[in-house]
Design a protein around this ligand. Sequence first.
Ligand SMILES: [Zn+2]
Length: 273
Amino acid sequence: MQLTEDQIYRYSRHILLPEVGGEGQKKLLDAKVFCVGVGGLGSPIALYLAAAGVGTLGIADSDQVDITNLQRQVLHYTEDIGKPKTHSAQEKLEKLNPDVDIVAYHDLITKDNIREIVRDYDIVVDGSDNFPTRYLVNDACYFEKKTLISGAIFQFEGQISVFKPHNGGACYRCLYPEIPPEGMMPSCQEAGILGAVAGTVGTMQAVETLKEILKIGDTLENRLLIFNALKMAFDSVKVNKHPECKLCGDHPSIQEITEYIQPECDIEDSAKS
Ligand SMILES: [Zn+2]
């Protein structure tokens, strides 16, 4: 594949970087990334990946745009209230960069479709805000041997990590072995979130995704980055592969994907990250 003249201009600020160059830009145009959720985290993730020219971008979200989303979900505008988030997101992303092929999944992702979806992509970025989805996506990435770029936000704080168990590294379950009981970890809807914190964490997930595609720098593989916006402080802790992990450990008890049960209304509510 050769870059067109328009592409050389469009991506010139990437191409100028010795770590990217024309070859790196071609890698981005060839890459396939699946973004789970186009809410608070998914908006900056999808916007930056589309702007960067990631050639195929899958987006999954079963929610509609609600007025309470607009404080942080920057892919959606006031006129989009009531529209499916995937439609609203697809419109903006296609306008931003016609080079990018957007594949929208409006149906809820479940144990029955997640592996098949994930299989089509190189990298999965999790921008969901509920535990059943996070575990589902982690397990699918493990079985399909895909790199998972994970992010989470709560009030003024965020966490980011990169999971590559197929590379000998930890998985999400090594860090969080069990789903916390319902109500123990309140959602954005229940606990609040500073909108720009979602933007900061989602943007850092996009950075890690681009580095993974380009194979440059040191990513957050086996590290958890913790961001505190009130203190404007970053901390990073090592994440080890857990030999007793039920999924990727020495004697795994999870042999196939299962559904993680929580009442449907709870999944709906907390998906509005
Ligand atoms: Zn694990």
